[in-house]
Design a protein around this ligand. Structure first.
Ligand code: C5P
Length: 226
């Protein structure tokens, strides 16, 4: 199934505390975004739309041109959703589905890709996303005091890739207002407009590298640090 992948890499990665966006931190001589796209290529993905701060284009082209994939580069936006929207503009007219993936989730497997695509092909859903169960108890706090405890069995941690039906996703995007700050993932846009979003079992390894601890875990998993 030839689904293009929008790789969102337009962020500044300030939570990492590094002097460059986290997707450009080099591990084993290659930036994290290279590891992400390379693993997707290994999983059979052939087309990418990479959304970036355009000042990195020369560097990135040089790094990614060793991969056998069709890669388009587009400029990122202010918020993640703006970067996604810029990516959508680069789709081919014939594209029925698109996947959106964080540039900083490098350990993505062929198994997860296949189950996401297969679920999408069932035809029931406007979006399919990877979901993981909660290990900890989750409580809501207000001003440093526990407000309430949520029912853990109903909660899921959601990652990427998120595969969406292009037609439904564009219709949903056009209906959301200006207030996009609370939209921390793409499927929310579908949910807000009552489109059905399905889940597949996520994988812990596809975690998002957000802070220095995550970076350490990634290095350990790659075998470059103990
Ligand atoms: O900040 P966060 O970790 O949620 O970012 C997730 C992904 O979205 C990252 O790959 C980041 O580069 C991307 N992003 C983007 N444009 C923005 C903000 C974040 O492409 N304006």
């Amino acid at each position: 199934m030839d689904i293009p992948y929008i790789i969102v890499a337009g962020g500044k990665g300030i939570r990492m505390g590094a002097n460059l966006p986290k997707q450009y931190i080099e591990i084993n001589g290659k930036p994290i975004i290279y590891h992400t796209i390379s693993n997707l290529v290994k999983a059979g993905i052939k087309r990418f739309i990479v959304v970036i701060d355009i000042s990195y284009i020369k560097y990135l082209k040089k790094v990614l041109n060793t991969l056998s994939a069709d890669i388009k580069y587009v400029a990122g936006g202010q918020e993640r959703i703006d970067s996604v929207m810029n990516g959508l503009k680069a789709l081919d007219e014939k594209d029925e589905f698109v996947a959106i993936h964080d540039s900083v989730r490098p350990l993505i497997s062929k198994k997860l890709i296949n189950s996401l695509h297969a679920k999408m092909l069932e035809g029931t859903f406007s979006g399919v996303i990877p979901a993981l169960r909660m290990k900890d108890t989750i409580k809501v706090t207000t001003g440093g005091v526990i407000d309430k405890t949520l029912v853990r069995t109903n909660l899921r941690r959601i990652g990427t890739p998120q595969v969406v039906k292009v037609k439904d996703f564009l219709l949903a995007i056009n209906k959301i207002g200006e207030d996009t700050v609370s939209l921390t993932d793409d499927a929310s846009i579908l949910e807000l407009n009552d489109y059905l979003v399905g889940i597949v079992e996520g994988e812990e390894e596809a975690f998002k590298i957000t802070d220095a601890y995550d970076l350490k875990i990634f290095k350990i998993l790659l075998g470059v640090e103990k």
